[in-house]
Design a protein around this ligand. Structure first.
Ligand code: MN
Length: 327
């Protein structure tokens, strides 16, 4: 999906301090995606107190919302650079169309991984005639400097590895977890997995010790290392942990586990671009506006999409500054 904010400056919410320094609970902020659609998302990355988790640099979750009229997803063609987008649905379906000519239906349990690299554009819509609820996650992964100009690519993975453990199941989206490795293409040491806990389960997941991690609660009653976490809140865990203790309440629990080697490069995120400098952002924006007007650019055209592309917001008058991992 797109960052549709028309004034995409960061206005971020604070975190709740935890008695244990190595574990922080971050509240989501509600972001209206604008336009005539009333769609809202809960954004936990980037956060005022947490720029990235490994190379994971953007995390929205949304729904469940009924797919009727204005409630359907209607994101017109828009560009990306310097990142991978991860679309992961919990319910419903999304149609992905991109400037490489891909037209892909995304269903729950299937990973849609778009590598923007030097530039791509795509549209995301509810399929014609879709009904029921839509609920899902949109994440971005920053590409490291030496690989951020790779050729754009779409990976679609309907057959991801699933770990079956005592009291839990985990689907590995990206990287490896406890010996199960996703076939999806990653550019940095990283992990992403959806974990389902059975009711009343108490589970220990083994972690890669050099990674930092985060857990997004996708249901109520998720407890992370003894700390209850509200739905849609994100728990950040510092590197150095050999494992993670998770438990569910009386009902089953669902969560997303993210992790990776701390990403130490400076990043500048503006609208749908991940860059390193103000000038790169201005250049990408100008090129996209030329593409909207019909020019041939690195972003291509989503020719199968029936409608106008999404213009970029105005660049702020002050110079945008890249952000370090910690401030
Ligand atoms: Mn997008």
């Amino acid at each position: 999906m797109s960052n549709l904010e028309q004034r995409p400056a960061e206005t971020l919410t604070g975190s709740v301090p935890s008695p244990r320094q190595s574990l922080r609970v971050l509240a989501p902020r509600d972001v209206p995606l604008g336009g005539t659609r009333a769609m809202h998302v809960r954004r936990t990355l980037p956060h005022r107190d947490l720029r990235t988790v490994g190379a994971w640099c953007f995390l929205d979750d949304y729904g469940p919302q009924e797919v009727v009229g204005a409630g359907a997803m209607q994101v017109p063609p828009h560009p990306h650079t310097g990142l991978q987008t991860v679309t992961w649905l919990l319910d419903g379906q999304v149609r992905h169309q991109d400037s490489l000519g891909n037209d892909q239906l995304v269903r729950p349990g299937e990973l849609n991984l778009m590598t923007a690299g030097r530039g791509i554009s795509h549209a995301e819509t509810s399929p014609t005639g879709a009904t029921g609820d839509l609920c899902g996650l949109q994440l971005w992964v920053a590409l490291p400097s030496e690989r951020r100009d790779v050729e754009p690519d779409l990976g679609h993975h309907a057959d991801l590895p699933v770990l079956h453990g005592e009291g839990f199941e985990a689907t590995v989206l990206l990287g490896s977890l406890m010996g199960a490795t996703s076939p999806a293409r990653a550019f940095t040491p990283i992990v992403g997995a959806e974990v389902e806990l059975r009711a009343a389960a108490v589970v220990t997941l083994e972690l890669e010790r050099t990674y930092e991690h985060a857990v997004l609660a996708l249901s109520d009653d998720v407890v992370v290392d003894g700390t209850p976490v509200e739905r849609a809140h994100l728990v950040h865990l510092s590197p150095g942990r050999p494992g993670l203790r998770l438990s569910a309440g009386r009902a089953a629990g669902r969560l997303l586990l993210l992790g990776g080697e701390p990403f130490d490069e400076e990043l500048l995120m503006w609208w749908n671009f991940v860059a390193r400098s103000h000038d790169e952002i201005v250049e990408a924006r100008e090129e996209w506006m030329a593409a909207v007007a019909g020019a041939a650019t690195r972003f291509g055209q989503v020719s199968a999409y029936d409608g106008a592309a999404l213009p970029a917001p105005a660049v702020p008058t002050s110079r945008l500054r890249p952000r370090r991992r910690t401030q």
